[in-house]
Design a protein around this ligand. Structure first.
Ligand SMILES: Nc1nc2c(ncn2[C@@H]2O[C@H](COP(=O)(O)OP(=O)(O)OP(=O)(O)O)[C@@H](O)[C@H]2O)c(=O)[nH]1
Ligand SMILES: [Mg+2]
Length: 401
């Protein structure tokens, strides 16, 4: 028996709606590491005809402060060192991986300059951790616990909402979403490391994670270079983020800016933050943010920026919104959005000469001072990871300084 016409129309509309929703679900790209079906293996999502790190390069411009006599000796009370530290948040269980990172950075740079290492942990460091890391350097080593008020999940987080959000974003394959400590770590690196009382008198820091590699001899005082050249922040890997992990970060930022328009620097890198030309899908899911960010497992920075009124207001706003827990905002996009809006872009520096790897990405220059990495290699992971490279967007809007 034929169905009445209105029922047939209703059925047709329902089927169309179902097909539309089905297509929408499969168009979105959940998760950070999902293989895009449209990218032939080996194809590079790049705007240049070769990676700029294939071009010969050397040290950044003078002045460069070097070792002369005992001016950087570890026990020199009047050394040329400035107010700076190498800094690492690390777990006791990552001791071997930390020693690997230390060996690389000591070999390539710090055995010459002897800047102190400062380690942070949410629980006390073991004696073994302290003993073996302090034996891995001639420089001073310091060990501090993060105060509970900087680490614990804050009182305003609704734990029911948090658990619901975890289920939702885990289903969208957001990496580490289900690990509370990962959210706590991202929040600490975003807003609290610069506020630790032990760093009250420290201005510059170099962030180092366990299990990273440094490949190139660096023969100048990097912290002094930042100071002499009036730089706020140095990066060396610049990539897109998992858009699902930060889908409301940009809307929340725009809400903040409604009252604080004057915080945006007149020479900001905002165009980099909003240029979705390489990953339009990311910009769509992140509601207007390209997701380009400095990969913050490597950072050389001036903590005055993280302590400035602008940044404290911004961080507090983000923190109160709950996005460190209801989504999985990383310290890398949070730092990058703040730098891209509030800082003069000429104060942000690409350390192209510091050869580096944190799996799965590299920064490897064509420079005779480097050993152990392939010049111009961006990743040794799957070919599709090439599309995560955001340097072309940075170079387009800011340049290569
Ligand atoms: N003490 C402590 N350190 C942590 C904790 N979670 C992360 N960290 C440290 O924070 C930094 C970032 O954490 P990772 O697990 O490396 O995060 P990631 O780089 O996004 O992830 P990977 O790609 O797995 O390296 C590392 O230096 C970790 O050692 C934690 O719960 N306690
Ligand atoms: Mg890591």
């Amino acid at each position: 028996m034929a169905l009445p016409k209105p029922i047939r129309i209703l059925a047709a509309v329902t089927i169309c709606l179902f097909l539309f929703l089905f297509v929408q679900i499969f168009r979105s790209e959940p998760g950070q590491m999902k293989m895009p079906e449209s990218l032939p293996v080996g194809q590079k999502y790049q705007e240049w005809d070769h990676d700029p790190q294939l071009d010969p390069s050397g040290e950044p411009p003078d002045p460069l402060r070097r070792v002369e006599g005992d001016n950087y000796a570890p026990d020199n009370e009047n050394s040329a060192r400035i107010n700076a530290t190498i800094l690492s948040l690390v777990r006791n269980s990552e001791l071997e991986e930390m020693l690997q990172s230390m060996a690389d950075l000591e070999r390539t740079w710090n055995h010459k300059f002897n800047y102190p290492w400062t380690f942070f942990n949410d629980v006390p460091f073991t004696d073994e951790f302290k003993k073996r890391t302090s034996a891995a350097t001639k420089a001073k080593t310091y060990y501090h616990q993060v105060p509970a008020e900087h680490w614990d999940i804050p009182s305003w987080i609704n734990m029911d909402l948090y658990h619901e959000s975890v289920s939702l974003l885990v289903s969208q394959k957001v990496q580490y979403m289900e690990k509370p400590s990962y959210h706590q770590m991202c929040r600490w690196n975003s807003g609290f490391f610069s506020q630790h009382p032990a760093l009250a008198h420290t201005q510059y820091y170099w962030r180092v994670e366990p299990n990273v590699h440094f490949f190139c001899d660096v023969d100048y005082d990097v912290f002094r270079w930042m100071q002499d050249h009036n730089k706020t922040y140095g990066w060396n890997v610049n990539i897109h983020d998992s858009a699902e992990s930060i889908s409301t970060l940009w809307p929340e930022t725009l809400k903040f800016l409604e009252d604080k328009k004057e915080y945006v620097h007149e020479n900001s890198a905002r165009a980099w933050l909003e240029d979705g030309s390489k990953r339009p899908d990311n910009k769509r899911v992140a509601h207007g943010y390209s997701t380009c960010h400095f990969w913050s497992n490597f950072e050389i920075g001036d903590m005055s920026f993280w302590r400035s009124q602008k940044y404290r207001d911004y961080f507090d706003h983000l923190d109160k919104s709950g996005g460190f827990f209801y989504e999985r905002w990383g310290d890398a996009p949070v730092h990058s959005v703040a730098l891209g809006l509030f800082e003069d872009k000429s104060k942000i520096h690409w350390f192209r000469d510091i050869g580096y790897q944190h799996i799965p990405f590299f920064n490897c220059p064509n420079n005779p001072k480097c050993k152990g990495c392939a010049k111009g290699r961006f990743t040794d992971g799957a070919a599709w990871l090439e599309r995560e490279d955001c340097r072309p967007i940075w170079f387009k809007h800011v340049g290569m300084d």
